[in-house]
Design a protein around this ligand. Sequence first.
Ligand code: ATP
Ligand code: MG
Length: 381
Amino acid sequence: MSKKVGIIGGGQLGKMLVSEAAKMGIYTIVLDPDEDSSAVSLANEKIVACFDDRAALLELARRTDVLTCEFEHISTEVLKYLEDEGFVVYPPAEKLEIIQDKYNQKMELKKHGIPVGDFMKVSGIEDIKAAAKIFDYPIMLKTSKGAYDGKGNSIILCEEHIEKAFMELGGNAASIYVEKFIPFTKEISVLYCGSTNGEVVVYPVAENIHKGGILYETAVPATISDTQRKNAIEIAKRVYSLFGSVGMLCVEMFVTKSGNLLVNEVAPRPHNSGHYTIEGCTTSQFENHIRAVVGLPLGKTDLIIPTVMRNILGEDGFKGIPVIVGAYEALSIEGLKLHNYGKKETKPKRKMGHMTITASTLDIAREKADRACKVIKIISK
Ligand code: ATP
Ligand code: MG
């Protein structure tokens, strides 16, 4: 248990990793450019530096036994350098490099016969028009790198929208591609976790609802057929064997109108759609990620009780020091747990916290979540 973990990124995922590590007495150092990032309040030590700061990452590696990250947009050049110096990084730079470019990630999935929607590389307005001729409107324009919470995506409904969407995503300076719009009936995700000794565990399939490209709700168990559940786990297993290493990996999928599954994207780390595992499962995704990277046995992943997770976003029209209102009323709802990330600044639609509701049925959990969502707000001073 004496291994020290270096965590690159001090956001909410980093905080929840640190929290689980602390429970097991595992020492953590968090690296983040923000000296007040969410995770530092719980970490043993912090390093304040940018994610591509080679010297700072080297220091993090020297002072810990293993490095891991809470997000994928990290300089793989620096990570490769650390690996060459003999340091251990999960996920390894080679895998992260493919995953962090969404176009390359999709190409790799397709190459290995994993079902994905149609997509094509574009490099300008004429290319986008040509893609729309093939796919039909609407189409999704996406930046290949640095995207999160739907930022970096733009739906194009007709030819008149192309220029605006193209410019919004960075124009000629950005690396972009087009995806065929999938009129899905549901979105689901599957979380896998692998350990250093080859042990692999999978979590129950989660059902996700996004609003404006941002995850709004995760509900588990997913209301899909047994065949779809089996297929989802099978597809995610194939993705895991392609991209998985040590630690968590999340596979987001669409359920199409005909009931088939298409992989949307992959995240090689704990994922927002796995927050429900803290209260809903025997072992959370964060605990298993930490156990995995330090070489401990993995914990059971079974669902204990129907669980609904809702994100709490910064209220529109408020920016600055956050104030949470309605926490008292929300916490008086039986089965509700509140997670406040402790971010120092709120912005419209910024992820500020989440709530998890466990109940005997999903309907009851949802009804309680609806009540809580009506009262909980993040405004600013
Ligand atoms: P994350 O927050 O998961 O990192 P992201 O910014 O990388 O998200 P995506 O997962 O690409 O974005 O897209 C966000 C959401 O937008 C999806 O969950 C889905 O609801 C919708 N979406 C993305 N691509 C498509 C598509 N091709 N067809 C239909 N909807 C899509
Ligand atoms: Mg996504």
